[in-house]
Design a protein around this ligand. Structure first.
Ligand code: HEM
Length: 501
């Protein structure tokens, strides 16, 4: 090698190292390495990614910046990721400067084949139109109907049978998680690389395109069927007022492909999120017999008032909308589950224009901001010293009689601001109904061989599912104990009243 070439290489390496030293000192957060940035740490911690992010955020006071590739010009632009769980920053991203933080081009490109321009994968007018149309489908009236029509039917026809087969199978989807996993893989590679892989039909791209064919076939049959039903529907008959029909009845006619994406986005939004939350809920409840006891006592107390003391009537029919509505301790336990194990653990936004976050962090245009929903639920600064404890009481008023919802920028499990989850109330209704039905009929014991680990995915799945042994719950004896407790309470009150006089 000529001396001049060697000198040139040496100068380039020295200049790079000087630049790298400067850049790595200017960003706080996990250690960054030459060229690979924070990728080695990410790979090393991939089995406990969310806890790793949470630890980093705790150590950095709620926000840090890191680069995923330490290359000049990229490191402070597309390669820069700001990670935060500071409620002030979360509010700024999701509400105050909503327009400056869309999903953005990287997210949209990666998921376009699967989600199209559906609500999850769109910004601006396309998103707003779908949001407004769909919002009409999430009213209290629709919730009551949903309960009567299919939540209770699903509990009767499927839940109890499936519980005996193992809980996680309850989600038994027509749609596997393969296409989501394959789309997610695209994030790891630069856009040109995964597009090249797609063109050559290599690796996960093959399984993605195969899954897309199946999904399209299934959804087009659903849409064709609904079209026929809408055409043959008598003018004075019961109109279809479900979500899909709402989009199909709009004046402008939408392509089948758009309608398919609308349907798929809603199926994906509501399916795994609720079932995964229930897995964590049952696991936490089994570990905390005191909480299980309180949940059961609440269900029994409601049922004894609405259905009397014949326990056969308790299990005859699933709980009604009004009965479920009264289960506030159960709602608190589900919220506490979602605080510690949010179904969507991390979410990300693209930065349109340079900005400064409320905590003073500068975020350059073209970079991205990840808000860690998982970490937000585990910060001592927000939730206190017992932040890692499962304590549903933190969601109740002091007298324990009212459910208190925490600020949506501290408890971000359902997102917040204009893009807050549309299905939040429906999700609570479904989860409360299923949880109450399962616990009323069955006593669950975690299988001894079960190793509880988190799966690295967009949704916080249990890696090995939730394996439980299922026993029949004996309701005899419960009535007597509740009656006794009530008598004691009444006598206690009478004693207080007499004393008052
Ligand atoms: C425990 C259950 C659930 C949780 C934890 C949850 C959480 C979330 C989160 C974090 C988002 C924001 C996602 C993002 O923008 O990247 C979201 C959005 C959304 N969720 Fe849920 N969700 C749940 C159940 C449901 C259900 C049952 C439905 C009903 C179909 C639903 C419908 C939606 C829709 C349509 C959006 C998109 C809203 C928009 O972008 O404007 N979700 N949800």
């Amino acid at each position: 090698m000529e001396i001049s070439t060697a000198l040139l290489i040496l100068t380039a390496i020295t200049a790079y190292l000087l630049w790298f030293t400067f850049i790595s000192r200017s960003i706080k957060g996990p250690r960054v390495w030459p060229l690979f940035g924070s990728l080695p740490g990410l790979i090393e911690n991939c089995d406990r990614l969310h806890d790793w992010i949470s630890d980093n955020l705790s150590a950095c006071g709620g926000t840090y910046q890191t680069c995923i590739c330490a290359i000049p010009f990229l490191a402070k632009k597309q390669g820069l990721v700001t990670v935060t769980c500071d409620p002030r920053n979360v509010e700024h991203l999701l509400k105050t400067r909503f327009d400056n933080y869309p999903k953005g081009p990287t997210w949209q490109a990666v998921f376009h084949d699967l989600l199209g321009d559906g609500i999850f994968n769109s910004d601006g007018d396309t998103w707003l139109f779908q949001r407004k149309t769909a919002a009409l489908e999430f009213t209290t009236r629709t919730l009551r109907q949903a309960m009567a029509r299919w939540v209770n039917r699903a509990i009767k026809d499927r839940t109890h049978k499936l519980v005996r087969l193992g809980y996680q199978k309850m989600a038994s989807p027509r749609l596997s998680t393969k296409p989501l996993k394959a789309s997610l893989q695209r994030f790891i590679l630069p856009e040109v690389m995964w597009k090249f892989k797609k063109w050559l039909r290599l690796g996960m791209e093959v399984s993605l395109s195969r899954s897309l064919v199946h999904i399209e076939k299934y959804l087009s049959s659903v849409i064709d069927k609904r079209k026929l039903e809408l055409l043959s529907q008598p003018k004075d008959g019961n109109p279809h007022d479900d979500l899909l029909s709402r989009f199909m009845k709009k004046k402008q006619s939408y392509s089948d492909s758009f309608l398919q994406h609308v349907a798929l986005n809603f199926i994906l939004a509501g399916r795994d999120t609720s079932s995964v939350a229930l897995s964590w809920f049952f696991w936490l409840t089994i570990q905390n017999p005191r909480v299980e006891e309180k949940i059961l006592r609440e269900i029994y107390t409601v049922l004894i008032e609405t259905r009397g003391d014949d326990v056969a009537k308790w299990v005859d029919e699933p709980l009604s909308f009004e009965e479920v509505d009264r289960l506030i301790y159960l709602k608190a336990a589900l919220s506490e589950t979602l605080r510690l194990y949010p179904s969507v653990p991390e979410d990300s936004k693209h930065v349109v224009a340079d900005d400064v976050l409320p905590d003073g962090t500068f975020v350059p245009a073209g970079s991205s901001v990840t808000y860690s929903i998982y970490a937000a639920g585990r910060m001592r600064s927000t939730w206190g010293e017992d932040c890692l404890e499962f304590r549903p009481e933190r969601w109740l008023s002091q007298d324990g009689k009212k459910f208190i919802m925490h600020d949506s920028y501290k408890f971000v499990a359902f997102n917040a601001g204009p893009r807050i989850c549309l299905g939040k109330d429906l999700a609570y209704l479904q989860m409360k109904s299923v949880a109450a039905a399962v616990l009323l009929h069955h006593r669950l014991v975690v299988a001894p061989e079960l190793k509880v680990e988190q799966k690295m995915s967009l949704t916080l799945f249990m890696k090995h599912g939730l394996k439980v042994n299922v026993y029949h719950r004996d309701l005899k004896g419960i009535i007597a104990s509740i009656k006794k407790k009530r008598e004691e309470e009444i006598n206690g009150n009478e004693f207080l009243d007499v004393n008052k006089e």
